[in-house]
Ligand binder design. Structure first.
Ligand SMILES: NC(=O)c1ccc[n+]([C@@H]2O[C@H](COP(=O)([O-])OP(=O)(O)OC[C@H]3O[C@@H](n4cnc5c(N)ncnc54)[C@H](O)[C@@H]3O)[C@@H](O)[C@H]2O)c1
Length: 342
């Protein structure tokens, strides 16, 4: 199949692209390299993909690219591009969330209808649409009452998808991810920050008392859900929870990381942040029924893989820094000083 992935240089998009290529599909990936975290991290995310002859990369903004022609011949669209994160998005930042999550989605949907060849349009949504759910585990019939500006834009994203499904018959599937983690996780997310703190010998910063709970999903399970959503006939027109089936408190995650690394992590508690639900926990029976989805990677194994990634990434940064430093020393004429010149 020919696939288009938006947000391909991001955390989840890059994993999805790898999996699609490994299964023999063709992938066109789009990313604007937004400023949510450093461009170099995203460039590294897609480094391995660029060597594949079945991968095309287009750097650009969904708000400006010629989407109808880019969608020509595309069978499956995986729409992951977004400005993510529940803590930001207040004040003037909100406009950037609306641009990336609402206007860009509407433009892509419109183009998909006009292109006329899209067989499945799979859109990444979030547990943030529920906000503080009154009953846990939360199922897809629960009211959508986001507690963050980001969540509000994700509700709008979903509504737009359903609008194009109902009016134009676009075969849309919405996947509501619950806290995704694993190698290449976004640096603003808690597990990444905790692993990074471990590696650098700093204390972990926890917002609130650490007793808040999350249903967490390993990235390979999210990727699997996307592939299932591309083919399951009954999924069209549905919004489905995609979660790991593991509900864990932040303090439990820190304990587990300490166990895995053999080094307990000191913690600094900070004020609770606006925009975060206290607890998330998904009922995934619909995804199991409709997609045959079942999470496979447990928390201990997933955390270990993320920690290994953060360690390897820190080492690669150190060696790049060292290479840059020694190259710049070699470039310097001896008269400018430095140890050799003294
Ligand atoms: N990571 C999670 O835990 C999680 C949970 C729920 C939902 N989601 C959703 O999953 C999707 C992927 O999340 P992620 O964690 O990989 O985020 P990410 O920030 O790593 O990736 C998103 C990518 O989209 C790109 N992008 C943003 N706006 C764009 C535009 N207008 N044009 C082209 N590219 C654009 C960014 O540059 C970025 O590389 C997002 O839609 C997010 O809302 C993620």
């Amino acid at each position: 199949m020919r696939c288009l992935i938006t947000g391909v240089a991001g955390f989840i998009g890059s994993h999805l692209a790898e999996r699609l290529l490994s299964e023999g599909h063709e992938v066109c990936g789009i990313d604007v390299f937004n400023d949510c975290y450093p461009r170099q991290v995203k460039e590294q995310n897609i480094e391995g993909l660029l060597s594949s002859s079945r991968f095309d990369f287009i750097e650009g903004d969904l708000l400006r690219l010629p989407l109808v022609s880019l969608l020509d011949g595309v069978d499956w669209v995986f729409h992951l591009a977004a400005r993510a994160g529940v803590r930001q998005g207040w004040g003037t930042e909100f406009g950037r969330y609306v641009d990336a999550n609402v206007l860009a989605t509407q433009r892509l949907l419109e183009a998909a209808v006009r292109a006329g060849n899209v067989r499945r349009f799979i859109c990444a949504s979030s547990s943030a649409v529920y906000g503080e759910a009154t009953r846990l585990p939360v199922n897809e019939m629960a009211p959508l009452r986001p507690v963050s500006p980001y969540g509000v834009t994700k509700v709008a994203t979903e509504q737009l998808c359903m609008l194009y499904h109902r009016n134009y018959g676009l075969p849309v599937v919405i996947l509501r991810y619950f806290t995704v983690y694993g190698p290449r996780q976004r640096p603003d997310m808690a597990f990444y920050r905790f692993c990074s703190a471990l590696v650098s010998g700093q204390p972990a910063h926890v917002y609130g008392d650490g007793l808040q709970t999350r249903d967490v999903t390993y990235v390979d399970d999210v990727v699997e859900a996307n592939l299932l959503a591309a083919t399951a006939p009954a999924a069209v027109g549905m919004a489905l929870n995609i979660a790991g089936g593991v509900r864990v408190s932040i303090l439990e995650v820190l304990d587990l990381l300490g166990e895995i690394s053999g080094a307990p992590l000191p913690v600094v508690f900070l004020d609770e942040q606006r925009g975060e639900a206290h607890d998330t926990f998904a009922d995934i029976s619909q995804a199991s029924l409709v997609l045959g989805y079942s999470p496979r990677v447990g928390l201990r194994e997933g955390l270990r893989r993320e920690l290994d990634y953060v360690i390897a990434y820190a080492r690669s940064l150190t060696s790049r820094l060292y290479q840059g430093w020694s190259l710049s020393r070699q470039d310097k004429p001896a008269t400018e000083g430095g140890e050799e010149g003294q």
